[in-house]
Write a protein that binds this ligand. Structure first.
Ligand code: IPM
Ligand code: MN
Length: 331
């Protein structure tokens, strides 16, 4: 049976890299029934739609969503990102953002292999706050961070279960508990309580600033990391930079309860400066496709795609790289 996949190519390089991901998955022998959704900056400029309730309801009927990238210089920053990408994360309750990092840090000799679990529906991303006297010298701006016991606990529990399933069985909480005492306290207490359910998992804690140093100088210490939405956003760009570049960084926005479709996308953005030039590295999109296959129960094919991507260093045009990886996974 074909997997029903909604494809949102989006803006900039998004449609091009997504096409390569689909090409590779099909070459690997997996049957996909794809439906394209014209959403993103150009659609918004055409008729004003970013993501209507009708489109959202249509998306709910799919097994998964494959997304390229969103955001265009023709629309003020954040409008499409918040109205499309973040809206899907919230409305579809994609509460886990899973971002694997396999690679060798610059100057390093041994490859590392760790996964960041980023809480994906709370924190400062909720958009709580406001401003007063905007544009005046007396301007005030507040931007809150939402952390609920329910939201923090389900994310942490997912991370523990993932760590328990891996060889090293090691989980690090990353936060800033020394300064953010309220949110940090909730995260730390919840982490410690859930830890009692997973005695086989060895735990650690790092402040986020220290974690930045370890990402660069000692990434081997990590197996699974769990952290909040904003720390996870920042750390995973760094994770990409120390793992072969952001062109290789993949991500899964998961609804682990499977009450709706999960969404898979590269960590990188729409790169409007190189859009339409067949220059973008499609590997991050292809590896995001592999994460989608993991979630669809096609883990063996996903492993084959990952092995093919590891051989292909990502040189050549977008279509060249896609073709080379497709040829390697073909049978
Ligand atoms: C990401 C992106 C998004 C985020 C942006 C585009 C809103 O940077 O997926 O990491 O901040 O989550
Ligand atoms: Mn980001």
């Amino acid at each position: 049976m074909a997997h029903k996949i909604a494809v949102i190519g989006g803006d900039g390089i998004g449609p091009d890299v997504t096409a390569e991901a689909i090409k590779v998955i099909r070459a690997a022998g997996v049957d996909l029934a794809t439906t394209d959704f014209d959403l993103g900056g150009s659609r918004y400029l055409k008729d004003g739609e970013i993501l209507s309730d009708e489109s959202l309801d249509e998306l709910r009927a799919f097994d998964c969503i494959l997304l390229g990238a969103v955001g265009t210089p023709d629309v003020p920053p954040g409008v499409i990102e918040r109205g499309l990408l973040l809206k899907m994360r919230f409305a579809l309750d994609l509460f886990v953002n899973q971002r694997p990092f396999v690679g060798t840090a610059p100057g390093g000799t041994e490859p590392h292999d760790f996964v960041v679990i980023r809480e994906n529906t709370e924190g400062p991303y909720v958009g709580e706050g406001g401003s007063l006297r905007e544009g005046t010298p007396q301007e005030v701006a507040t931007q809150g961070s939402f952390n609920t016991r329910f939201g923090v606990e389900r994310c942490i529990r997912y991370a523990f279960a993932l760590a328990a399933s891996r060889k090293r069985k090691h989980l690090t909480l990353v936060h800033k508990t020394n300064v953010l005492q309220f949110a940090g306290g909730l995260w730390q207490r919840t982490f410690d309580e859930v830890a009692t359910e997973f005695p086989q998992v060895v735990t650690a804690y790092n402040h986020v600033d220290a974690a930045c140093i370890y990402f660069v100088q000692d990434p081997h210490r990590y197996d699974v990391i769990v952290t909040d939405n904003l720390f996870g956003d920042i750390l995973t760009d760094l994770g990409g930079a120390v793992s072969g570049g952001i062109g290789l960084a993949s991500s899964a926005n998961l609804n682990p309860d499977r009450t709706g479709p999960s969404m898979f996308e590269p960590v990188h953005g729409s790169a409007p400066d190189i859009a339409g030039q067949n220059l973008a590295n499609p590997t991050a999109a292809i590896l995001s496709g592999a994460l989608m296959l993991d979630f669809l129960g096609e883990g063996d094919v996903a492993d084959r795609i990952r092995a093919a991507c590891a051989v292909e260093p990502g040189t050549g045009s977008t279509t060249d790289v896609g073709d080379a990886i497709a040829a390697r996974v073909g049978h």
